[in-house]
Design a protein around this ligand. Structure first.
Ligand code: FAD
Length: 565
């Protein structure tokens, strides 16, 4: 791999270099689109603004779980479609939802075919990029799943003749020369251009663009914590809009509630997040009153915090029972990581004392907690103002001292809305018509997530649109040239037959080996008339059985976690 040293870079010239496909952005969505296009015989270049060998992006930071609305991607498409529909309360575009539901599993299988390794960590974490992040607060990405996957995908792309051109920020599109699309970019300050039959926009959305965030998500963007690589600044969105592309669902983001100290303390983001405490207790504003339905979950609550006039004014309030229960439950739990990593953690013997510590009016907080407790006891939290649903997350009373308060902020991971696309990632205009040659994929796209329910479906699975965009671009090429439409996968999945055989027959092998040992011992004992042979062979046989059986179990555990399904 070249790291922006000029090798492999297109020559700077007034004349545009020509490719079949230009991809803007080298995260998972861009690399999947590029890799699939190259696999299908297209010439591809990825324009990446990052300079370094391991340029930062959100994929580099990812937790690495491929899921569809917290559901295993290998579930039947119909079930996944139902999950998307429920999570977003029907907001998703049907064709995009169908594409994700039907191809999420194909995406991980394709990645496995590219040599990407996964772990099965149970529940919906059945495909987690390997190796996973170490458990602990703060960032941990180097040599972890997203980083390793990206290196592998780039190496495969290069093998197929493609390249990732670093230090190149795409700035504009020109579709006036259709069917050729021209991508304008700056390369270390100088203008360059790339011509192609198609462009795939995959810049990761607009979480790090203050003006777009102010326009759509929060009145005070500087008071949100960027829970991401700060590399996605809405360039693709603006490029698409400039050629007539529509946008959809711009007002929501995927993110979590973090300790407010995460704004200045890097050990407190991206984890631990404190959603589990919020949905068990309450969140209050500077007036000591609740301002949102905590029962909707951490992602909608983070959005509600971001929408406050002052997003740095919310505090979670809960009691000792919640701290010892919900506080310890999720991955990298707040208890004990948050106080250990330096997150402010107020503790008081009474609600009045807590109110003083967190700086809200005493009588208001006492009233809020009393009303809340009464509603929890009466199972009538829907009658609170604002209402509190109890069917997703059970509300817990705030009764057992000590009482706690955690000042929070909204951590924005990625934007849910973005460029309007169809199920193949084709960018759509305001009349739902595809703009020829212009595609988008990944977190740059909208239409899958968000809506009034602020429904979250998943970040990594949106790379499905990159896969499908590449296939549609190849199909158009094939139609034009009259060639047969083939979808080869030229890097075969490794099969590990011996490991599979050991998992399947290991136990039988252990029994056989032990019995064989015993049989030898008995045969010798009969021949020489020495019972000691039989006794010794029994002992060795048992030992052999125990050793082989434990070895088989160990291999089974590893195979369960790591082998392609
Ligand atoms: C801490 C963290 C944990 C996460 N955990 C999970 C998880 O477990 N499961 C899950 O599904 N999702 C998770 N996500 C979200 C998921 O990782 C992202 O949604 C996904 O990686 C986005 O991929 P992408 O390719 O669309 O964008 P990115 O990976 O952000 O890539 C976009 C690339 O485009 C480049 N770029 C931007 N503008 C330009 C331009 N004008 N020209 C050229 N290049 C440009 C950027 O430099 C960047 O390299 C997590 C995210 C974070 C930050």
């Amino acid at each position: 791999m070249k790291s922006g040293d000029g090798l492999g870079l297109p020559r700077m010239s007034a004349v545009a270099t020509r490719h079949d496909v230009v991809v803007v952005g080298g995260g998972i969505a861009g690399l999947v689109a590029a890799g699939r296009a190259a696999e299908l015989g297209l010439s591809v270049v990825v324009l990446e603004q990052g300079e370094g060998e391991r340029y930062l992006c959100n994929t580099r930071y990812t937790g690495g779980t491929f899921h569809v609305g917290y559901t295993d991607v290998a579930k039947p498409a119909a079930e996944l479609l139902g999950v998307i529909d429920k999570a977003t309360a029907g907001f998703s575009r049907p064709d995009v939802a169908r594409a994700i539901a039907s191809d999420a599993h194909r995406l991980v299988l394709w990645l496995q075919g590219q040599g990407v390794r996964f772990l099965n960590l149970g529940k919906y974490h059945t495909y987690v990029l390997a190796p996973p992040s170490r458990t602990g607060p703060g960032l941990d990405w180097e040599g972890r799943g997203g980083d390793v996957m990206m290196q592998g995908l780039e190496a495969n792309l290069v093998k197929r003749g493609g390249s990732v051109v670093r230090g190149t920020r795409a700035t504009g599109l020109d579709v006036s020369g259709a069917p050729v699309v021209r991508v304008h970019a700056t390369q270390r300050g100088a203008p360059v251009a790339f011509d192609a039959d198609a462009v795939v926009l995959a810049d990761g959305g607009f979480p790090a663009d203050p003006s777009l965030i102010r326009e759509h998500i929060s009145p005070v963007p500087e008071k949100l914590q960027q829970r991401n690589a700060r590399t996605s600044r809405g360039d693709a969105l603006r490029m698409a809009q400039a050629v007539g592309g529509a946008t959809v669902g711009m007002d929501c983001f995927y993110g979590h509630l973090l300790s407010r100290d995460a704004m200045t303390n890097d050990a407190l983001w991206p984890r631990p997040y404190v959603d589990a405490l919020a949905v068990a207790g309450i969140a209050v504003g500077p007036d000591g009153r609740r301002f949102a339905d905590e029962g909707e979950g951490g992602v909608p609550l983070a959005n509600a915090v971001a929408r406050q006039p002052d997003p740095l004014s919310a505090t979670l309030v809960f009691d000792h029972t919640v701290w010892m229960d919900a506080g310890t439950s999720p991955l990298i739990p707040a208890n004990p990581h948050l106080p250990k990593a330096g997150g402010t953690f107020h503790e008081a013997g009474s609600i009045a004392e807590l109110a003083k510590l967190i700086g809200v009016p005493v009588d208001a907080l006492e009233r809020t907690v009393a009303d809340y407790n009464a509603a929890v006891d009466a199972k009538a939290t829907a009658g609170l103002t604002p209402p509190r649903r109890a069917d997703k997350y059970a509300p817990a009373p705030i009764r057992k001292a000590p009482f706690y308060g955690i000042p929070v902020c909204a951590g924005i991971t990625n934007t849910m809305g973005g460029i309007a696309v169809d199920g193949d990632g084709a960018v759509l205009d305001a009349h739902d018509r595809p703009i020829p040659g212009v595609f988008a994929a990944g977190a740059a796209t909208g239409g899958l997530e968000g809506g009034p329910a602020i429904g979250y479906v998943g970040g990594l699975v949106k790379a499905v649109l990159g896969l499908r965009a590449a296939e549609r671009i190849a199909a158009v090429r094939d139609e034009r040239s009259g060639a047969a439409h083939t979808l080869p996968t030229s890097i075969p999945t490794r099969s590990y037959p011996m490991v599979h055989a050991l998992v399947k027959y290991g136990h039988a092998l252990a029994i056989l080996a032990a019995l064989a040992c015993l049989a030898f011992g008995i045969a010798f004992a009969v021949r020489d008339g020495a019972i000691a042979y039989a006794a010794a062979s029994l002992a060795v046989g048992v030992l052999l059985y125990v050793l082989l059986k434990s070895y088989t179990e160990l291999v089974s555990i590893i195979a369960d976690m790591m082998l392609p399904k």
